[in-house]
Design a protein around this ligand. Sequence first.
Ligand code: NAD
Length: 302
Amino acid sequence: MNNPTSGIVGFLGLGVMGREMARNLAQAGFTVRAFDIVPGAGDALRQFGVESVSDIPSATSDADIVISMLPDTPQVEDIVRGAGGLLAHPPRGKLFVDMSTIAPEATRKLSQELADIGITMLDAPVSGGPVGAKNGSLTIMVGGDAGGFAQATPFLRAMGTTLNHVGASGAGQTVKLCNQLICGINIQAICEALALARAWEIDLPQMREVLLGGSAASWMLDKLGPAMIEGDVSAGFRIDLMMKDLRLVLEAAQKHPVPLPATALVATQYQNAQAYGEGANGNQALFKVYDRITGQQTAVNK
Ligand code: NAD
């Protein structure tokens, strides 16, 4: 591969994030063969040059690199250990990069099993959401072999602008879980502030502007604040996925015992949203929990 944007990518998982990432890889010049268990998930990507195939080996067998963007640990285990998976059908390029957010410990086990047959696995979860995926501006946190990171870098550059090798196998996932811990607690803090300000009849859009100029400023307040204030629950990063991530954080904190009281409390707020059937809403819709608690509503919900 002399040309840095030539090579075959086997891409698995064409959901909210994966479809944008696969499109960016194709538009950067890579050959992309993509598979999703939902038939037709790749149809809209054909116009961008992504080839949609009907099983995992058709996407992965000839690939220089296999990239996955799947919901959770069991799905990644399935594409590695399942009948059509990478252990049974080793990809030609012997490089696998999992960009989903999954458990660090499971990642290490999969990486070892793959290493036993000569395949390098990197964990490379991302931050930046659907907008970052669409713009190719994701932050990518990579764990695993440094040589594998160097090999994967031209492909990762088509999807992200901030690439960091943060340690051995599982380290990328651990850093991502720390990212999610901070995001979850931050959203909860914004919910509490908005609920208190609303009760005191403060102008919420103005308060957001004021706070963005001071030490309470955050990505969440900037990017998700408007949707929270307007009661826009449309999904970006789903509540179900955030709850999955907080579960992974709490499991990791049991393995190496570290008390995480704020994370545990925030997880119960997300469970409240799920209990009301709101798991498919975007993360910002955690504020609806406060609509219930306070009996007040945001403008759109009234
Ligand atoms: P998603 O549910 O929209 O997409 C996952 C896709 O994987 C679906 O299309 C599903 O059909 C497919 N799939 C499931 N099992 C499969 C299998 N065995 N083989 C092939 N395809 C399979 O999820 P998403 O929002 O794209 O997120 C993907 C991952 O990225 C998750 O781990 C999530 O936590 C993480 N993430 C998401 C965001 C976000 O804002 N949405 C941001 C950062 C990280």
